[in-house]
Design a protein around this ligand. Structure first.
Ligand code: GDP
Length: 520
């Protein structure tokens, strides 16, 4: 009997947009800006969703109880969409998180302490031991870069007893729920620091420090800490005790970074001790902290949960395919498509086509759902057409779904970010993940999902590459610009010999990432 199965209704891609143009195969999915659309009931899930208990709901104690569940439905429901993580948070991490929440509750916006501290901070002079110290995270670059740097800033805040506040513009509005009980992490727009750009910088502080025998005298109350991605900057020495001793005395740090700088924190001996206690499994730092911080808002959760239940939940296996094209002008679509197929077919993530028969006689009717995330519609379209035109040799049925195709990265656009966040999250719900080398968008998905991805080679021309992809050894994000010098100024030649839990990243040999002790 002839069976050719695709769940794409009317041969159209599932879409997060509400295009009505019939010439494009991207159908409207009624999940566009419908903020009031009903959210799924947690009792009515498909068979592929596992039975979970109350402990799973709080992710093994990672999350605090006591939240108003209606204002953040994902916090209540997300565990029912995921397999239970085999990685449990340590008791020490849990206690550090509870301590942090207490600090945030005491010093966060809307507290008396916050108002009092603001007054002091405006005096712009070093004010001695402050009651509350802050780190304001300032956005730069795309959403993936922003999320990996928020996680790094949060770990730094925990380690240095600072309160983390995030400067979210309108483009980041309503993407995430508030992570801390009875408080907000959003920097209020009316603070004098919202547009603060003329504060002293970390770089000038280091220079002054060299020239000054009594550095505390010269310390400002607010400092701009630029850990931004640059290849040719002088060494920032942020990982050194001496820098941390100076920074410790500054009540407000405004941090700009697009990096996952957790590996640099590991290079500092006193942070290293604490992080080791918090994370006995070194490669789970992003996994735990991202699951703690980033809960999709109700609007984002509506998009995620409807898409998941409509297209992905019933599949026997879900494959996430993130196709990031870094040089669209020089890399033809076919070169990328060949790379994707080489990777997925040679590693048996997707089946080969049966070129001899037009029907499949195999009794295997396993259904695989492929979620394609890309700025360009062609990838989802051609993969879908491929598996509609011919049966697979294995008999497996392949459904292909691409939620959006934004064509280009857009800045200051809330709905664009909402779609990006939705897709990162959907990718993280996959059983198998294929991402593009160097993409922080992919790093967020792999970290949230606890998935070691297949890393597609980053093509930048009409070329081929063998192997087309390689399996990563850890689901931690890669730190693309780690410190290049020890604190005594000597160049670091080999990270692994000095820092045994650091390894060169597979997708970028100048970068480093954390590995678990057991893999060393
Ligand atoms: P990176 O540049 O790949 O490291 O990832 P970033 O997330 O930092 O920046 C890329 C940005 O481009 C994303 O945040 C999105 O705004 C957009 N983008 C790139 N790829 C996709 C995609 O597959 N889907 C969607 N919706 N947006 C994407």
């Amino acid at each position: 009997m002839l069976i050719m199965y695709s769940k794409c209704i009317g041969h159209k891609n599932a879409s997060l947009t509400s295009s009505t143009n019939d010439s494009t195969p991207h159908t409207a999915n009624p999940i566009d800006k419908d903020k009031s659309a009903s959210l799924p009931s947690s009792t009515n899930y498909s068979s592929s969703i596992l039975i979970h208990n109350e402990k799973d709901k709080l992710l093994g104690g990672l999350l605090a109880s006591g939240f108003d569940e209606v204002s953040c439905i994902s916090r209540l429901q997300s565990h029912t969409f995921r397999k239970v993580s085999p990685h449990k948070p340590s008791q020490y991490l849990i206690s550090k998180l509870r301590d942090y929440e207490e600090l945030h509750g005491k010093c966060g916006p809307d507290t008396r302490a916050y108002k009092r501290n603001l007054k002091h901070l405006q005096s712009k002079k070093y004010i001695g031991a402050a009651m509350c110290k802050y780190i304001v995270w300032d956005p730069s670059n795309g959403l993936g870069n922003q999320m990996i740097s928020i996680v790094s800033a949060f770990l730094y805040a925990i380690l240095t007893h600072r309160v983390l506040l995030v400067r979210f513009g309108t483009d980041l509005n309503d993407l995430f729920c508030e992570p801390f009980l009875n408080s907000t992490w959003v920097l209020p727009k009316n603070t004098p620091f919202w547009n603060e750009r003329r504060v002293e910088t970390y770089q000038t502080m280091l220079k002054k420090d060299k020239a000054n025998s009594n550095p505390k005298e010269a310390l400002p109350s607010t400092l701009f800490l630029n850990l931004q991605h640059t290849l040719d900057d002088p060494e920032k020495l942020f990982h050194c005790d001496h820098s941390q001793d100076l920074l410790r005395n500054i009540p407000l740090l405004i941090l700009q970074s697009d990096q996952y700088f957790v590996p640099s924190l590991f290079m500092n001996p006193s942070f290293n001790l604490e992080i080791n206690k918090m994370f006995p499994e070194k490669d789970t730092i992003f996994h735990h902290l991202a699951r703690y911080l980033f809960h999709p808002s109700n609007e984002a959760w509506g998009l995620i949960s409807r898409f998941y239940q409509t297209y992905l939940a019933e599949a026997d296996e879900r494959i996430g395919l993130q196709i990031r094209v870094f040089s669209p002008n020089t890399t033809p679509m076919q070169a990328i498509m060949d790379l994707v197929l080489n990777c997925t077919i040679s590693n048996k993530l997707l089946p080969e086509l049966d070129t001899k028969n037009s029907v499949s006689y195999s009794p295997n009717k396993t259904l695989k759902a492929v979620l394609v995330a890309s700025l360009y519609p062609e990838y989802g379209e051609s993969l879908m057409a491929m598996y509609l035109d011919r049966p697979s040799i294995s008999g497996e049925l392949i459904g292909v779904y691409q939620p959006s195709h934004e064509e280009k990265q857009k800045f200051h656009d809330n709905m664009h970010n909402m779609k990006a966040w939705t897709e990162m999250y959907l990718l993280s719900l996959s059983d198998v993940l294929v991402t593009t080398s160097l993409s922080t968008f992919g790093y967020v998905a792999q970290g949230l999902g606890g998935l070691k991805p297949w890393l597609l080679y980053k093509l930048i021309s009409n070329d081929t590459h063998f192997p087309a992809c390689e399996r990563d050894f850890s689901f931690e994000p890669c730190n693309h610009i780690p410190p290049k010098h020890y604190c005594n100024g000597k160049a670091i030649k080999d990270y692994a010999s000095s820092f045994p839990i650091l390894r060169e990243c597979i997708d970028y040999s100048n970068g480093v990432k954390l590995v678990n002790d057991s893999t060393i």
